[in-house]
Design a protein around this ligand. Structure first.
Ligand code: ZN
Length: 671
């Protein structure tokens, strides 16, 4: 019998036949798909004809369709609806997949064919997109070390394997320190804490098998405690433990681990012919080189520090009014900031919620896409992997464009957070593939389901990613949709959040669940103003981390990362009462793996662009300006990674972005 995952899908729009697939189908389907992919690669390298774009690069693009099918179905259900069988499969699959892909990237015969084509690229009659795909394919192989020979090749292997081990140790050490420490709270210690903080402390205690409430070092427990506990002594104890994670000496100390990781990364970049790791890493990004990152971060640092310094004065005065003398410390900031927030922006979350109904917010996100890009959404009744999933057919002028799936509610089988993925990416080679895109969120169920304002932003954010996939209009799948530079990928999503803030959108769709009345203007104003509260602090803690990350990877690797961190912070004049968002021994973004190493800046890079890009609509005087919307689709939402990010942005905006709109958006611009 044919495996239902690998046979042709005859369902509407060739959506995976979830009702016919069982967990037992995944492992055999994966084995079959892996060997089919291997055979396709072998056929490419065994081809007696001279290497050509068609018989090598296009053949690679076309290979692995079975693997795509298995992985898209498997990762969808493993992330959004897991169970013990799927968890076991995931543990089994991940080393297999890692080995499979590293075997391909180390395939010398394949690399020689690609290198031959690349050497001749200027003389080949290729479209701009084909040139780009060729460049990216070649670059990917070179960056993974395919061009190295002999001792260099062997050393690269050693470095990669040691880095993988160190990354795992870093994560495990951090987890161990977070798990081991807790602070027991007596009844007196709970006085004046809001109920939700007490509940969280009790739950944390129960989790540890204790009778009473505790503070732990998990962000969701300690941050509210620091915000709300009037007990300065307890705040200090908890904060000091939090700041010491990964730096407590002994087996779980991450300081030496960080040093070794930085040294190996630097060696790896040099082996590959780069000046340093930051240059290696940023080559594939829109920023291109460390100088551009530093310029951006420093342009934001000055105004952020000025705001934080001014805020520190206000908070110090509040503390002194409380009868506490001396300097404002890192364990005081959140507590006095929370008091100030209450005084200045008294926003009642409970009163706000009935205005943000999930179904109305989905309608709002669709309506904006209709007004901007002419998209229409029609509910689809098809079997999916969970009864909570909903699907829509997306059309434009009557023509099929995509299928959009929304899986909105939290449940135990779903991992936390929110994400967007393409179960099938858009492409035209070798066959035309219309995208199937899914948004997964973790909203609380209810009748009707109500969102917080943050939830509504998340909904718009993920839908922005979905638009990037659904409006994609490229030939090759490897450059389709969200296959773009890391510091560019959040532009469509963060940009789309701005439409939620358009007053006419909220006044039309934010209607009260019981009375049907539109959200009052005063409430809307409060929501928007509260979004920028304490932005000096938030920007300073983030930018300091991003600058330390950059300094670690530029030039020679520091022999003592902690000393390097101290030097960078001293040069910046880091405000004494603000810690880094992630200090070195806890900086998992940078040390747990390669993902955000010399890339922590990218959140802000994207924010610079989204603020600047939305300003294009504001300048036109209409948030739905048709000409700007067309330019956005033509140059950013439809192009995927088929052109360089900098070129795309410039084509949309007529220039590169400046930081002014971001500073204004964060309320940090000089008044
Ligand atoms: Zn995102």
């Amino acid at each position: 019998m044919t495996n239902p995952i690998l046979q042709d899908w005859t369902t509407p729009f060739q959506i995976a036949p979830f009702d016919a697939i069982s967990d037992q189908d995944f492992a055999p389907a994966l084995e079959q798909a892996l060997s089919a992919h291997r055979a396709e690669i072998d056929a490419i390298t065994a081809n007696p004809d001279a290497p050509s774009f068609a018989n090598t690069v296009e053949a690679l693009e076309a290979a692995g369709t079975g693997l795509d099918k298995v992985l898209s179905v498997f990762f969808t259900v493993a992330g959004a609806d897991s169970n013990p069988a799927r968890e076991a499969l995931q543990r089994e699959f991940s080393p297999k997949l890692a080995a499979h892909f590293s075997e391909i990237s180390a395939n010398k015969d394949l690399f020689r064919r690609i290198a031959t084509i690349w050497d001749a690229h200027e003389t080949l009659d290729l479209s701009p997109e084909q040139q780009r795909v060729l460049m990216l394919t070649h670059r990917g192989f070179v960056r993974s070390g395919a061009a190295l020979e002999g001792a260099d090749e062997a050393r690269m292997k050693e470095i990669k394997s040691r880095l993988a081990t160190l990354g795992t140790s870093f994560t495990q050490n951090l987890l161990a320190d977070e798990r081991d420490w807790y602070l027991e709270l007596s009844d007196d210690d709970l006085e004046d804490l809001p109920k939700f903080v007490i509940d969280a402390a009790r739950a944390a205690g129960a989790d540890k098998g204790l009778d009473g409430p505790v503070v732990t070092l998990s962000r969701s427990v300690i941050v509210p405690f620091l915000q709300f506990s009037p007990r300065r002594d307890l705040r200090e104890t908890a904060y000091r433990a939090w700041a010491a994670r990964g730096a407590n000496g002994g087996d779980t100390d991450n300081r030496e681990v960080a040093g070794e990781i930085l040294a190996l990364r630097s060696e790896r970049a040099k082996l590959l012919g780069y000046e340093d790791f930051a240059h290696y890493k940023l080559e594939t990004e829109m920023a291109h080189e460390p100088g551009a990152v530093r310029d951006l971060l420093m342009a934001v640092w000055g105004p952020a520090k000025a705001r934080a310094d001014a805020d520190a004065d206000v908070l110090t005065a509040m503390m002194q009014d409380d009868g506490v003398n001396g300097a404002l410390e890192a364990w005081d900031w959140r507590y006095y900031a929370e008091k100030r927030r209450k005084a200045e922006h008294d926003l009642d979350e409970a009163a706000l919620k009935p205005y943000l109904q999930l179904d109305r917010m989905i309608e709002a996100s669709f309506d904006c896409a209709h007004r901007l890009f002419g998209l229409e959404f029609k509910p689809l009744d098809i079997p999916l992997y969970h009864p909570d999933c909903r699907a829509w057919e997306v059309t434009r002028n009557g023509a099929h464009l995509a299928v959009f799936i929304g899986d909105y509610f939290a449940r135990g089988s779903k991992r936390s957070g929110a994400w967007c993925s393409a179960m099938r990416a858009q492409a035209k080679f070798r066959v035309v593939q219309a995208p199937v895109v899914i948004n997964v969120c973790n909203f609380a169920k209810g009748d009707p389901a109500l969102l917080s304002y943050d939830d509504a932003r998340t909904l718009f954010h993920e839908f922005g990613h979905a638009l990037h996939q659904m409006l994609s209009d490229v030939t090759y799948e490897s450059v389709s949709g969200t296959s773009v530079a890391r510091d560019f990928v959040e532009l469509p999503s963060q940009l789309y959040e701005h439409w939620l803030e358009v007053p006419e959108v909220l006044s039309k769709f934010a209607t009260h669940a019981e009375t049907g009345e539109a959200m009052p203007k005063a409430m809307l104003d409060k929501v928007l103003a509260a979004a920028n509260f304490d932005m000096g602090f938030q920007t300073v803690e983030y930018v300091a981390s991003a600058l330390v990350d950059l300094a670690f990877h530029e030039g020679a690797a520091p022999s003592d990362p902690m000393q390097k961190q101290a030097e960078v912070l001293a040069d910046l004049g880091m405000p004494a009462a603000i810690g880094m968002r992630h200090a070195t021994p806890q900086f998992a973004h940078v040390f747990a793996g390669d993902g955000y190493s010399s890339g922590y800046y990218s959140y802000m890079w994207s924010e610079v662009m989204d603020a600047d890009a939305f300003e294009a609509f504001e300048e036109a005087g209409d948030p739905f300006d048709p000409e700007r919307a067309r330019a956005l689709e033509e140059n950013i939402l439809s192009t995927g990674g088929s052109r360089d990010a900098e070129e795309l942005y410039t084509a949309f905006r007529g220039r590169l972005p400046g930081v002014e709109a971001l500073l204004k958006g964060r309320g940090l611009a000089a008044k």
